[in-house]
Design a protein around this ligand. Sequence first.
Ligand SMILES: Nc1ncnc2c1ncn2[C@@H]1O[C@H](COP(=O)(O)OP(=O)(O)OP(=O)(O)O)[C@@H](O)[C@H]1O
Ligand SMILES: [Zn+2]
Length: 725
Amino acid sequence: MRRVRLLVLNAALGPLDYRVPAGMAVEPGSLVIAPLGPRQVLGIVWEAERLPATEVPDARLRPLLEALPVPPLAAPLRRLIEWTADYYCASLAGVARMALGSLAALRGGATTTEYRLTGEVPARLTPQRAVALDALHDEQGSLRELAERAGVSEAVLRGLVGAGALEPVTVDTDRPFPPADPAHAQPDLSADQQEAADLFVEAVQAGTFQPFLLDGVTGSGKTECYFEGIAAAIATGRQVLVLLPEIALTQNFLRRFEARFGVPPVLWHSNLKASERRRAWRAIVRGGDHGGAQVVVGARSALFLPYARLGLIVVDEAHEVSFKQDDGVRYNARDVAVIRARFEGIPVILASATPALESMQLAEAGVYRRIALAARFGGAQLPAIEVVDLRVAQPERQHWLSPPLVKALKDRLLRGEQSLLFLNRRGYAPLTLCRHCGYRFQCPNCTAWLVEHRLSRRLACHHCGHEVPTPEACPECATPDCMVACGPGVERIADEVAERFPEARLAVVTSDTLNSPGKIGEFVETVEAGMVDVIVGTQLVTKGYHFPELTLVGVIDADLGLEGGDLRAGERTYQQIAQVAGRAGRGEKPGEVLIQTRHPEAPVIAALASGDRDAFYQAEAESRRDAGAPPFGRWAAIIVSSEDEAEARDAARAIGGCAPRLPDLMVLGPAPAPMALLRGRHRYRLLVNARRSVQVQAIIREWLGGLTFPPGVRVAVDVDPYSFV
Ligand SMILES: Nc1ncnc2c1ncn2[C@@H]1O[C@H](COP(=O)(O)OP(=O)(O)OP(=O)(O)O)[C@@H](O)[C@H]1O
Ligand SMILES: [Zn+2]
């Protein structure tokens, strides 16, 4: 009799053993359906020796029900799943689930039905129907997806199907993707670029693990260089995974990719429709040939997919903190990408103009091969950076643009050039209070002020999404029209620009306004067509974009990121400002950057002004070394939360009470988290700080493993944390 051990895709269950019925072929990595009591569960056949469990006697084994018609997860991916679960103190099931992506796809190929507008207008046009007709132009999807997109019920849409305004379309989930042509539009590379490209091509052809740090200034053409590595992979029938930090950047990438290779890449992100997800997953599993997925571009969730024949991984804007996932499995996709490349035996390229200190350190230690591109492509110069001391060059009361910035904007408008004002704050004002009684609008679920959004006339929490319409009178003292906005958000800066330059054409760019591929495409087109004079935006516009007519960048408040005071604040501020500065002067006209600050003497501002990146990194490295912080020491956070404040506190104290006493390891806390209330949960934190050599994960597992908590308490472990709220 054959028996197998399953990794069951349910974190609450341990490994389970089953009998393989006669005639069923399974091997490690096979996806199967197994009976569990009266239910059925999805599982992955795993090497029993790697998945300890109590043996069940043969006689009590139940037979597997079904082997799913998809290829088994390959050994390198199984090792990656184990590594990730182990390193980040996560459950194997939680990590394995990220490899599956689309449960429907596991059932094999199929056809599904989607709907689209026919162009016919129904005889009876209710308001709901009108809304749907208006919202669904160029859309196709299941009725559920369309209903969600249009904000109407499915019943309304079924009515429209009946009336002939929506028609069904049959979609084949296995229809092939058109093949990319590696020679479609080969660029002429500069000598530096060619050198980098040659290294990537060689590494792809060698097919061995090799990590690269592509460290090139903004506008140096990093994308063009790694495109050559991608071309080499395509030419040899291997797949490529390109990770981008945000979906907003995929639109831009897509255009460039299509220009270079003749067809779009395969997308993978959380906003895909069910049928797109299913098609992409099945193409990924199929491999690069025969209409499979050659190049997949995605957010971090694309990292764990079961590529049939991966040949290269690229992590673009590799310094971005959004590669760190802060819920569920708390992993860093940049780091796990390197581990995956190691298990797969392939090269990996981390590309950035402002690499993370951790990456620089690894390059210095010889672990990563660093490739530098020191100059912009095509003779473009890096922009001139100037610091504006806000204590001297003061803006007017209730205004935020200093006289030098106003003048620079005016010059650009006169010359017909474009400007970008950067402030990393959505909405109109970060705090609203009552002039009469001092009442402040606070989120009921979070330790956070409600942010006024004037465009949508709402007060919103940026942490939990809680929203209320902006009231006419103070909820506390009932005085009408007494609300004062404190501080600026991008909307307020845009108002100020409009007030000073009524003729200027403005674009406000935040995740509120640029929330779909269509809108992003529109934004890029209008800027490229010269229909925008001033862009006011959050970090969303700091990277990836290439607007040759943009010659001025104004940083409204360089001190904003330094406030919270977490250990990476300086580095993050440096990266953000260097990136946004890098949007200026990318064409033929030179760029200018004005950085508004109240602390011109702060090391990060001084480094930006002098352009001395190395000195800044060195100083940062020193202070981290002194603090025993990454990359020199290890950190792990333990976050305890509950809807009940006392319960959370008691649990945190219980954990603190049995903290291990070990040399080279220190436990700080528990203390209420800075975000003491988040989405209705009270939170406490502990921070573990240890030497690099200490096996922190094993210690934490043993420490927490011996404790039990009430069901309402959640204990999350965050290894190498980025967020300290
Ligand atoms: N060899 C080349 N031939 C033609 N155009 C090039 C070449 N190299 C770069 N470019 C163009 O120069 C611009 C800047 O390149 P790219 O966007 O790749 O730079 P980057 O290093 O990724 O910059 P950033 O880090 O600021 O995003 C792009 O418009 C790109 O198409
Ligand atoms: Zn909230």
